[in-house]
Structures are given as structure tokens and as C-alpha cells.
Design a protein around this ligand. Structure first.
Ligand SMILES: C/C=C/C(=O)SCCNC(=O)CCNC(=O)[C@H](O)C(C)(C)COP(=O)(O)OP(=O)(O)OC[C@H]1O[C@@H](n2cnc3c(N)ncnc32)[C@H](O)[C@@H]1OP(=O)(O)O
Ligand SMILES: NC(=O)C1=CN([C@@H]2O[C@H](COP(=O)(O)OP(=O)(O)OC[C@H]3O[C@@H](n4cnc5c(N)ncnc54)[C@H](OP(=O)(O)O)[C@@H]3O)[C@@H](O)[C@H]2O)C=CC1
Length: 453
């Protein structure tokens, strides 16, 4: 592993990404037999039985294990991972909710001889990476050893026509590192080569690894015609506006000429939204919205109070698009505050997936609910292109070592974090991997906006 790291480190910081070490040199580097990876264990899926969601502690279930290097198949790439990031899907995996992810691996394993590799008693998690290609499998022509890359997390087989217009609709659609094995929170990762995209040259490894999953998801959910198709002037209500998804949705709204109404839970988070350029901000904690009277009963008076507050901030207008992900806790309010003909677009249900809302406000006012999930190949590419062009910036706040991934996931689970939380895998320190310092200098303030808050 040291030889691999030395080769990556010897890429000059001033050569704009062109390899000082050649592709042949990288291809000739010997692969280790094993590598360190963050895992959950199949024999521990019941370890939190009886505990409340909040009390399930990722620090207990996430391990750093030495695991064998998987065999490389056709159309695949083995990547040396310099950095990765924590996504909420890794929190779900670590607390075995709503399902144990081993069921996904078992199902995938039944598909073919090759996919059997994924069905193991341990699950290497992680759905983001920035790193360097070490090996490519048969049939891979677009990428070669030595290429500096990020990977998006859409894994598809594309054998059915269902996914040929929109790769998210493939019947064998999976999220890499959640529904497949060999994810990015590790020193090496196995991906389909179609997941690879160029690493933005002005970012360090950990910055480049941070946006991938959430940025692509927010792009489809809010901007793409497959999602809400946001346009200039739209009032966009963004829950968790300084969180993983929300920090990108806020940037897309501002960059696209829309008007974000940012919901956060502290003055500190409100300040981050202001620094991004948002003006309409609601501190849900300070204003103490209680959309549920008790576990079973919502309070429409609170929906109305929330709607009035939004009207105060917009000069009397209602919401064109709600960017939803908290789910049960907020969904009734989200449907209520949407304007006639408006859209509620949802990609998650962090607080509970059995939603309740008053359907009269949906049908009588001709509103639409759109389900959205990650992003297709093209959307992921377009979202990464915006990062590479410095139009959208990483929202990395804090960086952990691979050994401390459990703590990083705990912070995200307990909502103690801001923006995105990074993890160094092979990178020995932060700040490495920048190939275009001039471009970086132009954007450095925005790149560092979430750091160490
Ligand atoms: C990018 C990041 C993303 C995120 O962070 S998202 C947040 C994290 N993700 C999650 O929380 C999602 C976790 N996943 C799940 O909870 C489950 O994954 C699903 C509820 C989405 C699906 O449940 P399941 O049981 O895995 O699959 P089924 O499609 O319900 O299939 C079960 C059986 O039910 C049959 N079935 C499906 N639809 C129908 C139908 N309409 N009529 C009759 N049967 C149906 C199937 O065929 C199959 O059958 P057979 O067991 O025999 O294979
Ligand atoms: N389907 C898909 O493709 C994807 C789904 N997801 C899912 O989306 C969800 C959010 O992910 P992500 O943004 O990365 O997570 P984060 O935890 O980084 O951000 C979510 C933010 O939502 C706010 N929030 C949390 N709970 C509530 C609540 N009960 N009511 C109102 N606001 C709340 C919090 O902000 P504050 O406290 O400031 O209000 C929090 O910071 C997760 O469930 C994740 O699995 C994520 C990515 C892709």
C-alpha cells in the first residue's frame, strides 16, 4: 500500500493533473493482498435489538477490518481511495435500519457468478470516493491506471430496456456501498467504470470526495426535469438547508436564480445559510414549530403558523417547490405550505417513512408529490461538472481518520455536524491532491465556508 501511496504522492501538484508517473507505472504497481476497510458484520445485525433509533450507536457497529482485495471483473475498476465521506445511508447501514443491508448483498449475490463476490459476512460501506485508478477490467477503455477520479454511487446492470432512458429506472439499480459491497470508506474500492468521473482539479482529495452523493441527489431532485425542474424566481423551501443534501440544494437554488427559504435548527446554521447567500431563513428550533400534537395527531394550526412565516419572508408568496427529506415529522406541513400547482419533491424520510398529510390540500390545489432517488449517470456527471467548474462548492466541515469513521457517523446520526463530514482513507493528511491552485484561489472562501464550524 505504501508503494501505491508513494506513486500517487509523486504526482506533481503543479502539473495540472497530468501524470508524472505513467499509466504503465501505475498498472505495474503490485496490488496488496488485503486492505483496511470500514465494515459492518453480518453476525451483529441484532446488536441493537430493543433500542430506540437514537440510541443505536454507529461507533459500536462500524469496524475497521483488514479485508482481501476483491477480484476485478469486466467493466470494473479498482481504485486507491484517498478520501471518502460519510453519508446518511452509512448511518442507516450502521444501525441496521430500516433493514439490514446484508439482505441487499444476498439478493445481489444471486444475480450472477460475478455478483456473488458481494455476498459476504461483512459489508464494506461508503458511497463516495476520490482517488486514483489502479486497475481496470476487460472492456474498460475510457479510464486507465493513474487517472485521478471521483466515483458516483449508481450501480446498474443496464440489461433491461427499462433503464435505457433514465439509468435510475434500471430494475437492477443499486447504490454502491449501500446495496453493493466494496464501498468507498476503505483504502481500495471496486466500482463499475461507468461510475468514474474526473476529479475536480482545484479540490483536495477530501473536498472532492464530499459532494458526490448528496450533490447529485439534490441536482436530480431539485433541478433536473426528472425532479422538480426548478426555474428562476421559484420559492424553494429547503429543509435542513445547511445539512448534507440541503447545503447543495441551497446552492442550486441561489445559482439558478430561485429564492431559497432555508429551514435550520440553530443560529449557527442560519449564519452558514446567510454566508452562502440566502436571505430567507427559518430557525425551526427558535420558532418552536410543533407539527405533531402527539405521536398520532398533527396540528394544522402549526402548519398555518409556518405558512404565515413563509409569507412574511417572501412578501406574501407561497412555496413553488418543497425540497423534502425529513419525512413524517414535516411532510404534512410541506404539503400545506406548497402553492397551488406546486411540487413537493422527496428523497427520504429520516424521521419516519409512514407519512400523513391532508390530501384535500393536495388535490384541491393541484399539487404534485415527486419521488426522487439519487441521480442517473448523466445527472451525476452534470452535478460533478458544476463542482469542477467552481459553480457549486463542497460543504466539507470536518475530516476524520478511517479509524474514527464510527465517530463521524455518530455525529451525523445525532445531527451534530454541519454540511458534509469527510474521511481520510489513504491520504496521510488534509489538503493534498490540488492540481489547479490558481482556480482554487478564486474559490477558496466558498470552498472553506463550512470548515471547522
Ligand atoms: C443515495 C442514497 C440514498 C439514501 O440515503 S436513501 C435512504 C436509505 N435507504 C432506505 O432507507 C431504503 C431501504 N430499502 C428498503 O426499505 C426496501 O428495499 C424497500 C422498502 C425499498 C423495498 O422492499 P423489499 O422487500 O426489499 O423489496 P420489494 O420490492 O418490496 O420486494 C419484495 C417482494 O415483493 C414483491 N413485490 C414488489 N412489488 C409488488 C407488487 N406491486 N405487487 C406484488 N408483489 C410485489 C417483489 O416481487 C418481491 O417478491 P419476492 O420476494 O418473491 O422476490
Ligand atoms: N434517496 C436519495 O438518493 C438520498 C437520500 N438521502 C436521505 O436523506 C436524508 C438526509 O440526508 P442528508 O441531508 O445527507 O443528512 P444530514 O443529516 O446531513 O442533513 C439533514 C438535515 O435535515 C434536518 N432535519 C433532520 N431531522 C429533521 C426533522 N425531524 N425535521 C426537520 N428537519 C430535520 C437537519 O437540519 P436542521 O437540524 O438544521 O434543521 C439535518 O441537518 C437521510 O435520510 C438520507 O438517507 C440522502 C441522500 C440521497
Amino acid at each position: 500500500m505504501k508503494e501505491i501511496l508513494d506513486a500517487i504522492q509523486s504526482q506533481s501538484a503543479s502539473n495540472s493533473g497530468s501524470a508524472a508517473v505513467t499509466a504503465a507505472d501505475f498498472a505495474a504497481l503490485p496490488l496488496p493482498e488485503s486492505y483496511r476497510a470500514v465494515t459492518v458484520h453480518k453476525d451483529e445485525t441484532e446488536m441493537f435489538a430493543g433500542l430506540s433509533t437514537r440510541d443505536k450507536d454507529p461507533r459500536k457497529s462500524l469496524h475497521v477490518d483488514e479485508v482481501p482485495v476483491p477480484e476485478l471483473g469486466p467493466g470494473e475498476a479498482l481504485v486507491a481511495v484517498m478520501a471518502s465521506s460519510v453519508n446518511y445511508n452509512s448511518v442507516w447501514t450502521s444501525i441496521f435500519e430500516p433493514l439490514s443491508t446484508f439482505g441487499f448483498l444476498e439478493r445481489y449475490g444471486k444475480l450472477s457468478e460475478l455478483t456473488k463476490r458481494h455476498d459476504l459476512p461483512y459489508h464494506i460501506i461508503g458511497s463516495d470516493l476520490a482517488g486514483v485508478v489502479l486497475r481496470t477490467g476487460p472492456g474498460v477503455n475510457a479510464w486507465q491506471p493513474g487517472d485521478e477520479v471521483v466515483a458516483h454511487c449508481l450501480s446498474v446492470e443496464l440489461e433491461s430496456s427499462d433503464g435505457h432512458n433514465d439509468t435510475m429506472l434500471d430494475p437492477e439499480q443499486r447504490i454502491w456501498g449501500f446495496e453493493t459491497n466494496f464501498g468507498g470508506l476503505a483504502e481500495l474500492a471496486l466500482v463499475k467504470s461507468n461510475q468514474l468521473m474526473p476529479k475536480p482539479a482545484h479540490l483536495s482529495w477530501e473536498e472532492a470526495a464530499a459532494p458526490g452523493l448528496v450533490n447529485s441527489t439534490a441536482y436530480r431532485q431539485l433541478v433536473s426535469r426528472n425532479g422538480a425542474g426548478m426555474k428562476q424566481g421559484d420559492n424553494v423551501l429547503i429543509w435542513g438547508a445547511s445539512g448534507g443534501l440541503g447545503s447543495y440544494a441551497t446552492q442550486f437554488a441561489l445559482a439558478g436564480g430561485a429564492n431559497p427559504i432555508c429551514v435550520v435548527s440553530s443560529p449557527q446554521k442560519a449564519e452558514i445559510c446567510r454566508a452562502m447567500g440566502a436571505e430567507a431563513i427559518i430557525d425551526r428550533n427558535a420558532e418552536d414549530y410543533k407539527f405533531w400534537k402527539d405521536e398520532h395527531t398533527q396540528d394544522p394550526k402549526e402548519w398555518k403558523r409556518f405558512g404565515k412565516r413563509i409569507r412574511e419572508l417572501t412578501g406574501g408568496e407561497d412555496i413553488d417547490i418543497v425540497f423534502e427529506h425529513p419525512g413524517r415529522e414535516t411532510f404534512g406541513a410541506s404539503v400545506y405550505v406548497t402553492r397551488k400547482g406546486g411540487t413537493i419533491t422527496t428523497c427520504a424520510s429520516t424521521s419516519g417513512y409512514m407519512h400523513e398529510y391532508d390530501n384535500r390540500y393536495l388535490w384541491m390545489s393541484l399539487k404534485r408529490i415527486i419521488g426522487s432517488h439519487f441521480a442517473n449517470y448523466r445527472e451525476a456527471w452534470e452535478a460533478n461538472r458544476l463542482i469542477a467548474k467552481g459553480k457549486i462548492h463542497p460543504t466539507l466541515s470536518k475530516v476524520y481518520s478511517l479509524e474514527d469513521t464510527g465517530q463521524a457517523a455518530y455525529d451525523v446520526h445525532r445531527n451534530l455536524h454541519q454540511g458534509k463530514v469527510g474521511v481520510l482513507c489513504l491520504a496521510p493528511e488534509e489538503g493534498l491532491g490540488v492540481r489547479d491552485p490558481e482556480m482554487r484561489a478564486k474559490h477558496v472562501e466558498a470552498i472553506n465556508r463550512f470548515r471547522n464550524i
